[in-house]
Design a protein around this ligand. Structure first.
Ligand code: SF4
Length: 347
């Protein structure tokens, strides 16, 4: 191990010694040094989503955060290459904001169950069925769906985006649970035409305020109220945090619900004796590493199979072999850009 890798290994050990086995830190510190060298050679910016595995998360990204943070950073960069350690819809968003840059996604398998749940044709069908109703698409959608939308949102600004439209009725896609949680917060009620074989008799726009879709995150849908009850029984003083992609019942049974960044901030700024964070498992590890004085409980049966395909090895290979290049057709990109830009302006 050279001296640069040794310094990085010692640093990782301080932050991650309780979370990651020593042999893994040792091995990955050497790859991180190689990546950091390639990053300079290629004039690359590395963005790391909160769901990345701990060693990657704490060693190579120039910026870390949730989808909204990373979209903003992607929009501001002067680097000629952006490597997105996240999933495809995020890398596409970076490309939408930076058409002249090379955007690389290290794994071809980094998809998303939510993004895959809806197509551009589905959105056009809904627009035909509900003419004039504005379409809000969660940022967890592919570029062609964004292009059919009026505005995008993330879990951290979904309520502000819906309220900004000043519309009696909103089409909110594609996350069924996020839509239900936003409807509860904004006082709107919701129907899911995609779950109905036929529209209910007498349905009109006047009694529909929010129109949803049947998409779900395959990670967050797994958490149950029974999980929370079982943990509370064992640890009555636990503070339970949930992501709004969990079901409304699970959100209601928790003490706090918010985006990944909001959960990180909540743990950092509060003094609970122990926390249970119901979201992607690697993020629980990353919060534990950032708050060594706090007791973090985790239900680690759930890792996102898509985020999990991003590894130190394939980030290095992305820079060596210039792969996998993300392209968005220009006509799709310009239409999607308007929806993403409106989202970023809302903050
Ligand atoms: S955690 Fe859920 S929403 Fe996020 S990429 Fe994985 S499947 Fe998609």
């Amino acid at each position: 191990m050279n001296s640069e890798a040794r310094v990085l290994y010692e640093d990782l050990k301080v932050h991650l010694g309780k979370v990651v086995p020593d042999i893994e830190l040792f091995y990955k510190a050497e790859i991180a040094v190689e990546i950091n060298r390639l990053k300079k050679e290629r004039d690359a910016l590395i963005l790391g989503h909160n769901y990345m595995e701990p060693v990657l998360f704490y060693s190579i990204p120039d910026f870390k955060g949730d989808s909204l943070d990373l979209s903003r950073k992607a929009a501001q960069t002067n680097h000629s290459v952006v490597v997105f350690c996240g999933v495809k819809f995020m890398a596409e968003t970076a490309k939408i904001l930076n058409p002249t840059k090379t955007v690389l996604l290290p794994s071809e398998k980094a998809g998303c169950s939510l993004a895959a749940s809806i197509t551009a044709e589905d959105v056009r069908d809904l627009r035909r069925k509900y003419p004039g109703v504005p379409v809000v698409s969660y940022v967890n959608t592919y570029a062609d769906v964004k292009a059919e939308s009026d505005i995008c949102c993330t879990s951290s600004n979904a309520i502000a985006v819906v309220e900004s439209l000043n519309s009696e009725t909103v089409i909110f896609l594609p996350d069924q649970y996020l839509a239900a949680n936003v409807a509860r917060e904004t006082g709107k009620h919701i129907i899911f035409p995609s779950l109905l074989s036929a529209a209910p008799a007498g349905e009109t726009l006047l009694d529909v305020q929010m129109i949803g879709w049947h998409g779900r995150c395959e990670v967050h849908e797994k958490f149950t109220v029974e999980d929370i009850q079982a943990v509370r029984q064992q640890f009555p003083d636990v503070v339970v945090l949930t992501h709004p992609e969990c079901s409304p019942e699970v959100v209601a049974a928790s003490d706090f619900s918010g985006s990944t960044n909001a959960m990180i901030k909540f743990v950092r700024e509060s003094n609970g004796p122990r926390y249970l964070v119901l979201t992607e498992c690697a993020m629980g590890d990353n919060i534990a590493a950032a708050n060594p004085d706090k007791d973090m409980l985790r239900l680690c049966m759930v890792r996102c199979p898509h985020m999990n395909t991003i590894t130190m090895e394939n980030v290095r290979d992305a820079l060596v072999y210039n792969r996998y290049v993300i392209d968005v057709p220009e006509t799709t990109r310009t239409r999607a850009y308007n929806a993403v830009k409106r989202m970023i302006e809302i903050g």
